[in-house]
Design a binder for this molecule. Structure first.
Ligand code: GDP
Length: 193
């Protein structure tokens, strides 16, 4: 995949408006402020294609990008406490209405901050993916904020808590590029068939 050719396609505030998928899709989910925009920009090698939210929780739509015939789907960040309950519910509806659609989910990349234990919402998201049989990986974000030994400890702890196989969890940093090539290869493998 020539990630650097990525272009914005469309943005939707309502899942019912999203057309059926016609190509492989890779979706990105995670708590608001987890570093979702940053990691997508890093994959695309672009500064600001995916808006890095100055206000956490600003990305409240489902945003589609395309590179080499693969859709990259930016889902709203969940769990932004400062927003109203109705707004948080709208995002949750949008995320789960989208994931409930009949689509070619080639891979869901579930983002979790490496520094903290997964939140209740992180657990709910990953249980949803596990129970639904979605192909997914966990990308631990912001690894540059920890030393290598701390990274190793957090990786082991979080992996155990989330109950995901070792080959499905990646340690990444958008700041240093750590783990990005590995994630790219995994995405490509998921889009081959
Ligand atoms: P989003 O809300 O999930 O899209 O998160 P953003 O990509 O907007 O990132 C939230 C904040 O975390 C921003 O201030 C980013 O600069 C910062 N950030 C994101 N990724 C990294 C990373 O890998 N390392 C560091 N040190 N900071 C990061």
């Amino acid at each position: 995949i020539r990630y650097q050719t990525a272009k914005f396609v469309a943005s939707y505030g309502n899942a019912s408006k999203i057309p059926p998928s016609t190509c492989p899709e890779v979706c990105f989910v995670g708590r608001s402020n987890v570093g979702k925009s940053s990691i997508m920009n890093k994959l695309f090698n672009r500064k600001n294609l995916v808006k890095v939210s100055s206000t956490p929780g600003k990305t409240s739509n489902v945003n589609f990008f395309v590179a080499d015939g693969v859709h990259f789907v930016d889902l709203p960040g969940y769990g932004f406490a400062q927003r109203s309950k109705s707004e948080r519910e709208r995002w949750a509806d949008l995320i789960f209405d989208f994931l409930d659609m009949e689509r070619s989910f080639n891979l869901v990349v579930s983002l979790v901050d490496i520094r903290h234990d997964p939140s209740k919402l992180d657990h709910q998201m990953i249980e949803f993916l596990q129970e639904g049989g979605y192909p997914f990986v966990v990308a631990l974000t912001k690894a540059d904020k920890l030393s290598r030994s701390q990274q190793g400890r957090q990786l082991a702890t979080i992996r155990k808590q989330l109950n995901v196989p070792a080959e499905d969890i990646f340690v990444t940093s958008s700041a240093t590029g750590q783990g990005i090539d590995e994630l790219k290869r995994r995405i490509e493998a998921a889009c081959l068939d």
